[in-house]
Ligand binder design. Structure first.
Ligand SMILES: Cc1cc2nc3c(=O)[nH]c(=O)nc-3n(C[C@H](O)[C@H](O)[C@H](O)COP(=O)(O)OP(=O)(O)OC[C@H]3O[C@@H](n4cnc5c(N)ncnc54)[C@H](O)[C@@H]3O)c2cc1C
Length: 219
């Protein structure tokens, strides 16, 4: 998979810090921008759980080569915007799919998986060639089929998303993508994302008996 940060709110830490401070100041945010220490003020506000101020920061990602199994989970996040490659308008004639590690680590499993994918795509191409529209032939295509998707979330939703999807309880593929998104966000907005990640980064694991038992708490 390829995950790129396509666009983001410039100086997001400073913008959100100024927005937060403007709640308690006679000055408007535009006069507060660039003054004070965003790490201190924003860190305190976000630490208290006042997450509405970080809704002012927006992040857009371009993701390539993930499975439709991943995007099906991803689009359950409702406070986000998505634009996904269409299986109606884009030809799916080439067999492109994600192979899970549990399959690729064993030659026999990989062979079975690959042969089944070839069969599926042969049938898909035959249907399309016989005149079935791509929008109908795609009913054959598997969950593993690759896709591209553009994602926009504000920082508040991203914190929630990272909490759920960077956790080991999340599936490996979406976790891999979420970890990379978090890395990209932390590079440009270190204060907002200082404590981002699964709940165990910030405190006790809420997963009870399903806990992996390996907290990622930052020292
Ligand atoms: C490990 C894991 C396993 C999962 N397994 C399943 C499964 O087996 N089956 C399944 O169907 N789903 C499953 N899900 C998906 C999960 O139930 C959520 O749909 C998904 O994680 C989106 O999260 P969300 O609803 O909290 O947040 P978002 O949609 O991202 O929304 C963010 C927050 O906004 C608020 N919000 C959004 N919409 C509303 C609303 N309509 N009313 C009130 N508040 C709202 C809530 O506080 C919510 O937490 C799983 C998710 C994870 C992480």
């Amino acid at each position: 998979m390829i995950v790129k940060l396509l666009a983001y709110t410039q100086n997001a830490d400073a913008v959100c810090a100024a927005a937060g401070r403007s709640c308690y100041s006679e000055e408007p945010a535009h006069d507060l921008l660039g003054t004070g220490d965003p790490e201190k003020s924003l860190g305190r506000i976000v630490g208290m759980g006042h997450h509405s101020v970080i809704e002012h920061a927006s992040f857009t990602f371009s993701v390539e080569g993930v499975s439709r199994a991943l995007t099906h989970q991803l689009v359950r996040h409702r406070i986000a915007s998505f634009s996904q490659q269409s299986q109606r308008y884009v030809s799916m004639k080439d067999a492109t799919y994600v192979t899970p590690h549990t399959v690729s680590e064993d030659p026999e499993r990989e062979k079975l998986f690959g042969e089944t994918m070839d069969e599926i795509w042969n049938a898909y191409n035959k249907l399309v060639e016989s005149g079935v529209p791509a929008e109908d032939a795609r009913y054959l295509l598997p969950n593993g089929c690759t896709t591209n998707i553009t994602i926009t979330m504000n920082a508040r939703e991203l914190l929630h998303f990272f909490s759920l999807r960077c956790c080991t309880r999340a599936q490996w593929e979406i976790r891999e993508m979420a970890d990379e998104m978090l890395r990209l966000c932390s590079d440009v907005s270190p204060t907002i994302f200082a404590k981002a990640g699964p709940p165990c980064v910030r405190g006790p694991c809420p997963e009870g008996q399903k806990s992996c038992g390996s907290p990622r708490r930052k020292k």
